[in-house]
Design a protein around this ligand. Structure first.
Ligand SMILES: [Mg+2]
Length: 234
């Protein structure tokens, strides 16, 4: 597998790459549901968490201009549903705050902080996410040179905007950059399209789905990637 001759930038996906995400989202959606039962009982009675999610998906189809910004989508969906059920749509802001407070209670995988601390001494380090975790509210605060999300660059991966923004911020060519992430399509294929080196962080040992490019390296965790990078010129 090709290795970077010289590496200056590592971009790192967040959800399921540096911390488990699915259980955190479930807990955050439960927190919103609990809050709704007191604050907007008519909506709580009409829609459970699956019903709220179905509305967000439907709204993303109707409002493509905010579909890449999942916080804006959540806020707009909640406001629409609150109004439809005779509740105050202004409560949407509080509902989003309840969600984000719980959504940022992420716990990095055990090796992550030590590896990122090592990388930040050698490379430019930028987080890139389609999601809405706020690094500054987590245990990873201060470890990245920059934190980029789809909402701020205007598009979700596989659109290359997040990678282009990271390369621009680092002043780095794609051939001197590596992206690490858990998703074979959104991380590996999308970064390879831009010309970056790719590391598939495959913690669960899934098979690579058919039709997607091989990563330059496949690892079980960031420590294994750190070992692969040892000896890489910077
Ligand atoms: Mg991910």
């Amino acid at each position: 597998m090709p290795r970077p001759a010289r590496l200056r930038l590592i971009t790192v996906d967040l959800d399921e790459t540096v911390w488990p995400c699915a259980p955190v989202i479930r807990a955050a959606e439960d927190a919103v549901q609990d809050w709704l039962q007191g604050a907007a009982p008519a909506l709580a009675a009409a829609r459970d968490t699956a019903g709220l999610r179905a509305h967000r998906i439907e709204l993303a189809g109707r409002r493509p201009e905010i579909a890449h910004d999942i916080t804006a989508l959540r806020r707009a969906s909640m406001a629409e549903l609150l109004a439809a059920h005779g509740e105050d749509p202004a409560l949407a802001e509080r509902a989003v705050a309840v969600f984000l407070e719980a959504r940022n209670r992420v716990e990095p995988f055990p090796e992550v902080v030590a590896v990122l601390e090592r990388w930040r001494r050698r490379f430019r380090l930028i987080s890139v996410t389609n999601g809405n975790a706020e690094v500054a509210r987590t245990a990873l605060r201060g470890l990245f040179d920059h934190t980029l999300d789809a909402a701020s660059v205007g598009a979700m991966r596989p659109d290359p905007a997040l990678f282009h923004a990271a390369l621009h911020l680092a002043g780095t060519a794609p051939g001197e950059a590596l992206h690490a992430g858990d998703d074979p399509r959104l991380d590996v294929a999308a970064a390879a399209d831009v010309g970056m080196f790719t590391a598939w962080v495959n913690r669960a040992g899934h098979p690579l789905p058919a039709g997607l490019p091989q990563p330059d390296v496949e690892v079980r965790d960031l420590l294994a990637l750190d070992r692969w990078l040892e000896g890489t010129a910077t």
